[in-house]
Design a protein around this ligand. Structure first.
Ligand code: SAM
Length: 243
């Protein structure tokens, strides 16, 4: 009986997993038809990373609804279309180094890792470093990344991301910086830690509504572009919102 029970459970798990794969494919098709998803490397990453494994148990069946979902501590994992918009704007390539502010569930970090380093890890090339200020979420993100096989391509770091990653900023500038929380302005430390020809993406506005700003750093100047309107949880810290 125990054996039959196990077989039944295994069968059920396989069915659920196949269902998630189908739902993931349907969501990707929808984002492609809305012209939100356009690049083959972004599409491939969204196909590869199982969003359901970055979601709390009680919301898992909603993993492929195009909406933000609670991840505890008053925070959220962003909606898939918003993640797709950010990934497209970031213009990620193999070997680039990425700094993310706001690891949350670890989902967007896994997607970026999938593009900048599809295979092996190297701390100085094709690595994603993601900073998070809520200790409980550090564990959540690390567990999710471990279960999905991304822990050696993504480092989750505890701290105030409005300061960037000062421990490494002397030796390392980032090719891409993405802030996944609403900021009153582009944090100055992040500008300084961006490489030449680098791109930084930040939702800038008040705590209710923001504009996603894309800034590209050239020799002497920075060029700014407004991407779209968005709604993110606040970036809380020294050079962010102070509550
Ligand atoms: N990228 C995440 C994902 O894929 O699940 C979603 C991030 S959620 C919208 C924003 C996150 O930013 C929250 O987890 C929040 O705790 C974090 N955050 C806010 N202010 C921060 C700061 N100063 N430094 C680091 N993380 C911060």
């Amino acid at each position: 009986h125990a054996l039959r029970g196990d077989l039944l459970l295994n069968g059920l798990e396989t069915m659920l997993e196949e269902n998630f794969v189908k739902q993931r494919q349907a969501l990707i098709r929808s984002l492609i038809s809305q012209r939100i998803l356009r690049s083959s490397n972004v599409i491939r990453a969204m196909e590869a990373v199982p969003r359901e494994k970055f979601i709390l148990e009680e919301y898992r069946r909603s993993a492929y609804i195009d909406t933000p979902l609670p991840i505890g501590e008053g925070q959220t994992v962003s909606a898939p279309h918003m993640v797709a918009i950010m990934l497209e704007e970031l213009d990620l390539k193999k070997g680039l180094n990425v700094l993310e502010i706001g690891a949350g569930s670890g989902y967007s970090a896994a997607l970026m890792a999938e593009i900048v380093e599809p295979t092996v890890s190297d701390l100085n090339k094709g690595h994603v470093t993601s900073i998070e200020r809520v200790p409980e979420l550090i564990n959540f993100a690390r567990d999710n990344l471990k279960r999905t096989g991304y822990s050696d391509r993504v480092s989750i770091v505890f701290g105030d991301g409005t300061l960037g990653y000062p421990e490494r900023s002397k030796e390392m500038l980032y090719d891409r910086i993405v802030v996944t929380a609403a900021a009153p302005h582009i944090p100055v430390y992040l500008r300084a830690q961006l490489n030449k020809n680098g791109i930084i993406l930040v939702p800038v506005g008040d705590t209710f509504m923001q504009t996603l700003i894309k800034a590209t750093k050239y020799e002497e100047k920075m060029e700014f572009r407004e991407v779209c309107n968005c709604m993110f949880v606040p970036l809380i810290g020294e050079d962010g919102f102070r509550f």
